[in-house]
Design a binder for this molecule. Structure first.
Ligand code: TYM
Length: 345
């Protein structure tokens, strides 16, 4: 169904992705998303647009002061991880009203049934779905608007966002079909690398998440070296030695997770890691992983803390980013309004 209307090639190669400023950044966000954002920025074949999605964050309750802090800290995290505000557009979503405006149009394109199938809604709404916010239900339409208001062609994300990106494609296809146009690109998800799904350190069947009640389940980008080492030392494992081939990690979710994390941090593939560490016990592998994690993450957390001392500078960066983002988004929204039949657009 999607191939016939595949239109991405006629669009400027442009990357868009977003991270919610709800709580701190985790190693999962870093390896699954942010590190890939930096790669795509450096690759040079894309315009790169990265966003702190504060409007998405408030689909569940956020304390206003904490939200402000988390948004600035996330901006510091982007920069500390290697996003250069001169090379990439870096801004917070609420500053570019075209996201919410296009989201309304998409609310009228997307179908209730599509939204009801979203597993993230079911997970987040929990047992009491009637009490979830309407925003949480409509969340994927706003996400589609984030992407399509830039005519983005590629969206790097972790595995957990795959279903939302399929919905984004469905919205683009339905809009194009309903209005007899090829205005919106059918975006490609970019879900690549060894760490598209970093799992909890306490339970290899659960995603590492900022909302997990156990802090020991995750590595936070603000953790210091001792905390990182302690969490890795205590990470759940099994009693076997490491295998020398990836297929030996099947049915060993905790072992596979730690090897994936190592591979992603070291920029190696899993087979290359296992060629080096196959046969080792966890008592030997865990200190190697923890040294590597500290070496890669400590400079980022130090730089984040430094940047957070000057929040005026962070605000200035977000201000500039929002202006650049609007330069792209405003004409695309305007054209959408014309297509839809809004007088005066
Ligand atoms: P969020 O804020 O939950 O996560 C941000 C990014 O981090 C990835 N991620 C992970 N990757 C690997 N392993 C994990 N354990 C892990 N946890 C999180 C996520 O896949 C994501 O790429 N809906 C999005 C935010 C969003 C967005 C967008 C993304 C809003 N608009 C437009 C792309 C394009 C979200 O909640 O991500």
């Amino acid at each position: 169904m999607t191939e016939a209307v595949q239109t991405s090639s006629q669009f400027t190669p442009r990357v868009f992705s977003g991270i919610q400023p709800s709580g701190g950044l985790t190693l999962g966000n870093y390896l699954g998303a942010m590190k890939r954002f930096v790669d795509m920025q450096e690759e040079g074949s894309f315009e790169t647009v990265y966003c702190m999605v504060d409007l998405h964050a408030i689909t569940v309750w956020q304390d206003p002061d904490k939200l402000r802090h988390a948004t600035r800290e996330l901006c510091a995290g982007f920069i500390a991880a290697g996003i250069d505000p001169a090379k990439s557009i870096l801004f917070n979503q609420s500053r570019v009203p075209e996201h919410a405006q296009l989201a309304w149009i998409f609310n009228c394109v997307a179908r209730m049934g599509w939204m009801q199938r979203m597993t993230q809604f079911k997970d987040k709404a929990g047992k009491n779905a009637q009490n979830a916010s309407l925003g949480l239900f409509a969340y994927p339409a706003l996400m589609a608007a984030d992407i399509l208001v830039y005519h983005a062609t590629h969206v790097p994300v972790g595995e957990d966002q795959k279903q939302h990106l399929e919905l984004t494609r469905d919205i683009a296809i339905k809009f194009n079909h309903d209005y007899g146009t090829e205005f919106f690109p059918v975006t490609e998800p970019v879900i690549e690398g060894a760490a598209t799904r970093v799992m909890s350190l306490r339970d290899g069947s659960k995603k590492m998440s900022k909302s997990d009640p156990s802090d020991a389940s995750r590595i936070n980008m603000t953790d210091d070296a001792d905390t990182i080492a302690k969490k890795i030392r205590k990470a759940k494992t099994d009693p076997e030695a490491l295998p020398s081939e990836a297929k030996g990690l099947e049915d060993r979710p905790e072992a596979r997770n730690l090897v994936n994390i190592y591979a992603a941090l070291a920029d190696m593939d899993v087979d290359a890691v296992l060629r080096d560490v196959g046969g080792k016990q966890f008592s030997e592998f865990k200190p190697m992983l923890s040294d590597l994690a500290v070496a890669k993450l400590a400079p980022i957390s130090t730089e984040m803390a430094r940047l957070m001392q000057d929040t005026a500078e962070i605000d200035a960066i977000l201000d500039q980013g929002a202006t650049r983002a609007r330069d792209i988004a405003a004409p695309i929204l305007q054209k959408t309004y014309q297509i839809v039949g809004m007088v005066g657009a």
